[in-house]
Design a protein around this ligand. Structure first.
Ligand SMILES: *Cc1c(COP(=O)(O)O)cnc(C)c1O
Length: 447
């Protein structure tokens, strides 16, 4: 059932007008586990967790029940002077999974606002301590959301290029992009995190102006699931520490098990000063986000209403009870099922099946961490030469896959996967079989 007038009124995110006409959105009616069903009853494998949020499958019974129960009790209460029971419960359960130093939790609505909150806390923290540090450093290829502050630390040209010229300029180090290593290293064994020399130079030169470094630990998501080694992450932490620059780990995509550890920062055995969470938090049910802050930072904010220590920030839906109840149900399942570690064998199977695509002629740059996987389509594997953007190879591949009932989406030349943690081995096999078929058809057509 597609209403032409509704379709004409929609302004779709990240979508060209013409594509919206040529490839109108599929209207979905129902979801179950890794599957989505459209209004005509067609079945699709959602291999990307509906923008990386569906970590426990669609229509997860435990989360559905929790939200239904809460909806009959209390849908919302303002969070200043008041709080709901599920939000208190969520705070407690987050306290049990977050690394100990991150003891203060600030709620907002989505990943972008979690990052905005972190940036404001960083600036105000330095201001309280009498420092004027208010710039940020981040990494090339970084993505931290689509609001203005979060965009200012993002570095994906098609998303951010126009806007960077129009507000505060930040500092950008190189992207830890191993497939096209900015330090020119040819193999992982030659890597000693040289890509972060660029970060060190920036912090040496401008550190006194820099409030914080904002980065995606272990995987730069929107840049194309660029997985990078733990030693690079450790070096980022070291450089921040030496320069008095707060470390803001944007775990919006990587947090809560996605990478095979509860938090991607665990790979570096380090705790950031501030951590942002959002995508997997409610298993995809409702929007809510977390900015978790170390007690050392929070201590600076202790004062009365006359002090400059009040964080004057909040959103209408901050600490929404329905979203909180969904998050409690989602995190409870992670704990009960000992996720993500109990999914280790499934993640291994996933990485093996993904790696088997390496035998395909135009597939290169395969990378994975936990239940994140990606490959790049290249014209020439040896030279890593790109296809012309005009050819839209990865876009065409995702359309072919869709016609076969597999939902994948391109990020530039990259095609990626983010299955739920309870995906079965058979479903993983189906994902890569369908990918292979769609890939061959696409290349037959394009080349
Ligand atoms: C998606 C994402 C964001 C933005 O989250 P929204 O909920 O879309 O605002 C921020 N940071 C990272 C790393 C993300 O992947």
């Amino acid at each position: 059932m597609r209403s032409p007038s509704a379709h004409d009124r929609l302004w779709m995110p990240f979508t060209a007008h013409q594509d919206n006409l040529d490839f109108p959105p599929v209207v979905m009616r129902r979801g179950e586990g890794i599957f989505l069903y459209d209004v005509d009853g067609r079945e699709y494998i959602d291999a990307i967790g509906s923008w990386w949020v569906s970590s426990l499958g669609h229509c997860n019974k435990q989360i559905s029940d929790a939200v239904k129960r809460q909806a009959d009790k209390l849908e919302h209460v303002l969070m200043a002077g008041f709080i709901s029971e599920p939000t208190l419960e969520l705070t407690e359960i987050l306290g049990s999974v977050l690394p100990k130093p991150l003891s203060r939790i600030f709620y907002s609505d989505d990943g972008s606002t979690a990052v905005e909150v972190a940036m404001k806390i960083a600036i105000q923290y330095h201001a309280i301590r009498g420092s004027g540090r208010c710039a940020f450093v981040s990494l090339g290829g970084g993505y931290h959301g689509d609001t203005l502050g979060a965009m200012s630390v993002g570095a994906i040209p098609p998303f951010h290029g126009l806007f960077h010229k129009r507000f505060k300029e930040q500092y950008f180090a190189d992207s830890p992009y191993c497939f096209r290593c900015p330090a020119g290293q040819k193999s992982p064994s030659a890597c000693s995190a040289q890509c972060m020399d660029s970060l060190e130079r920036i912090v040496d030169e401008h550190g006194g102006r820099i409030a914080a470094c904002v980065f995606e630990p272990m995987v730069q998501g929107a840049a194309g699931m660029r997985v990078y080694p733990a030693k690079v992450l450790r070096r980022i932490f070291d450089i921040c520490k030496r320069g008095g620059v707060l470390a803001i780990a944007d775990e919006v995509a990587t947090g809560l098990g996605r990478t095979g550890e509860m938090f991607a920062c665990d790979y570096a055995k380090t705790v950031p000063d501030i951590m942002c969470l959002a995508k997997g938090l409610t298993g995809g049910y409702l929007p809510i986000a977390v900015t978790a802050v170390s007690e050392d930072i929070y201590n600076e904010f202790k004062g009365d209403h006359r002090s400059n220590r009040v964080l004057n920030h909040g959103h209408t839906f901050t600490g929404n009870p329905l979203a909180s109840s969904a998050a409690v149900a989602a995190i409870s399942q992670l704990i009960e099922k000992k996720l993500p570690h109990s999914a280790g064998p499934a993640m291994k199977h996933f990485s093996e099946r993904l790696s088997s695509l390496d035998s395909e002629e135009h597939v290169s740059g395969i990378r994975h961490l936990g239940f994140i996987g990606a490959f790049e389509l290249v014209r020439d594997k040896g030279a890593k030469e790109k296809f012309s953007p005009e050819q839209r190879v990865s876009f065409k591949l995702s359309q072919k896959a869709l016609a076969k009932g597999l939902i994948i989406r391109p990020l530039g030349d990259t095609v990626y996967y983010m299955p739920p943690f309870n995906v079965t081995e058979r479903e993983v096999d189906a994902i890569f079989e369908l990918t292979r078929e769609a890939l061959r058809e696409t290349l037959d057509e394009v080349l």
